[in-house]
Design a protein around this ligand. Structure first.
Ligand SMILES: N[C@@H](CCC(=O)N[C@@H](CS)C(=O)NCC(=O)O)C(=O)O
Length: 226
């Protein structure tokens, strides 16, 4: 049995999409980061990094969304490229989303919307880098139907998790300009699995208010002396 620890954020949503697409049986374990539930000893024993998603598969703990996607794809033999020669490119694109798209997008959101000290340079750097990374994704999608060509794979799921945040990290005009990304999103969002994944967070009463307590749990550096 799989236990899936999640909230509505981009990284957990990628894994929600895989679970729904694959038909794997799982127990949904909502974790409210605004209530500090990521810092409990019980959760830290699953993910020492105190972030979502995390997953336990028959007693084996996993964390980091793209590692989980790869693990589940290999476990089930699904949503991998058919052509063995595309395994290398799959790893490149998966790690590009994990180490580039996700972190730069996350920081672009943070410095514009949540930072206590407004730093024009940080905003400029992360907006620039987020836009540059998304342009690379858009260009890649201009070459084929999916990130790796003809097959819908875990790389598309990784992109799907983050792409809805483009208007929030850049703006609506930028999002509209990424026409190939929009095409992929429109196609995937039509899929029943994507609709079930998108509905999952709404079935749980997550805290929505970013009040002082939530800020303390999610951005502890604000209160650090370092
Ligand atoms: N590299 C990790 C990043 C995980 C991550 O940053 N998760 C965010 C949600 S997208 C989170 O749990 N934030 C809560 C917090 O920082 O307290 C992954 O891909 O899973």
């Amino acid at each position: 049995m799989i236990d899936f620890y999640f909230n509505a954020a981009p990284n957990p949503m990628k894994v929600a999409l895989f679970l729904e697409e694959s038909g794997l049986v799982y127990r949904a374990k909502p974790l409210d980061t605004k209530l500090g539930q990521q810092h409990t000893p019980e959760f830290l024993s699953i993910n020492p990094n105190a972030k979502l998603p995390a997953l336990i598969d028959d007693g084996v703990s996993l964390f980091d969304s793209n590692a989980i996607l790869l693990y589940l794809a290999e476990k089930t033999g699904t949503f991998l490229p058919q052509d063995a020669a595309l395994r290398g490119p799959m790893l490149s694109w998966l790690f590009f989303v994990a180490s580039g798209v996700g972190p730069y997008s996350g920081q672009a959101v943070h410095f514009q919307h949540f930072a206590v000290d407004k730093s024009p340079y940080a905003v400029k750097r992360y907006r620039f880098e987020a836009r540059r990374h998304w342009q690379i994704i858009d260009d890649q999608l201009g070459k084929g139907r999916y990130m790796l060509g003809d097959d819908y794979t875990i790389v598309d799921m990784a992109v799907w998790g983050w792409a809805p945040r483009i208007p929030f990290m850049l703006d609506n005009d930028s999002a509209a300009g990424f026409t190939n990304i929009k095409g992929l999103m429109d196609e995937l969002n039509e899929r029943p699995a994507a609709q079930r994944a998108l509905a999952l967070p709404g079935q749980h009463p997550f805290k929505t208010e970013m009040d002082a307590a939530a800020i303390r749990f999610m951005y502890p550096q604000i209160f650090s002396d370092e």
